[in-house]
Design a protein around this ligand. Structure first.
Ligand SMILES: [Zn+2]
Ligand SMILES: [Zn+2]
Length: 172
C-alpha cells in the first residue's frame, strides 16, 4: 500500500519564479454519492500527476491529473458497473490576487490535494454512470434487463382502442 498524500507543502519545494515541477502523489479517494447511488473508487488510492508552476509574486499554477475507476450500479440497468473517469483539473493561487486567483485548496502554500482530487473527480463525472456506453437499460413495460433479454424482447402492443370498442359490440 503506497503512502497517501493528503496535503502537499508547496512552499517546501522552494521554487523560483518561472520554475516548473511535476510530482507523483498517491491520493486517497472517498466513496461518493451520485444520482442517488453510492460509488466507491477502486483502488481507492490513485497515483496522480501534479504539475506545479511557480509564478511571480510567489503564486502557483497547478494541474492535477489521474484516472479513477468507480464501482457501483449502472444508472440504466442497475447491474454492477465499473466506469473509469479521467480527471484533469487546474487551479491558480496567487496571494493578493483577489478572489478569482485564490484557490480554495491552497492555504498558506499547503495544497489540500485530498479535497481537490475528490471535487475534481465529481466534476469530471459523465452525466450517467453506465455498465457500457450502449447499455440498453430496463424494459419500460416489464422491467426486464434488456441487455440480457436480447433484441427479440417485445410485448404485444396495446390493442387499438377502436378495436376494443368493436369487441364490445354484441352481434346477434
Ligand atoms: Zn447497464
Ligand atoms: Zn418487457
Amino acid at each position: 500500500m503506497p503512502a497517501r498524500t493528503d496535503s502537499f507543502d508547496l512552499g517546501r519545494l522552494r521554487m523560483t519564479s518561472g520554475e516548473g515541477r511535476r510530482s507523483e502523489l498517491d491520493v486517497a479517494l472517498d466513496p461518493l454519492q451520485f444520482g442517488g447511488q453510492r460509488y466507491t473508487v477502486e483502488p481507492y488510492v490513485v497515483t496522480a500527476a501534479l504539475d506545479i508552476s511557480c509564478m511571480t509574486h510567489r503564486g502557483y499554477a497547478l494541474r492535477l491529473r489521474f484516472d479513477a475507476s468507480l464501482r457501483g450500479p449502472c444508472m440504466r440497468c442497475l447491474e454492477p458497473a465499473q466506469p473509469s473517469v479521467a480527471v484533469d483539473a487546474r487551479e491558480v493561487d496567487q496571494p493578493g490576487g483577489g478572489e478569482e486567483l485564490s484557490s480554495p485548496y491552497v492555504d498558506d502554500e499547503v495544497l489540500d490535494v485530498h479535497a481537490w482530487a475528490r471535487d475534481a473527480l465529481v466534476l469530471a463525472l459523465p452525466v450517467q454512470l453506465l455498465c457500457a456506453e450502449d447499455c440498453l437499460g430496463l424494459c419500460a413495460v416489464c422491467g426486464t434487463d434488456l441487455n440480457a433479454a436480447g433484441p427479440d424482447h417485445a410485448h404485444e402492443r396495446e390493442p387499438d382502442p377502436r378495436w376494443a370498442k368493436l369487441s364490445e359490440l354484441k352481434l346477434d
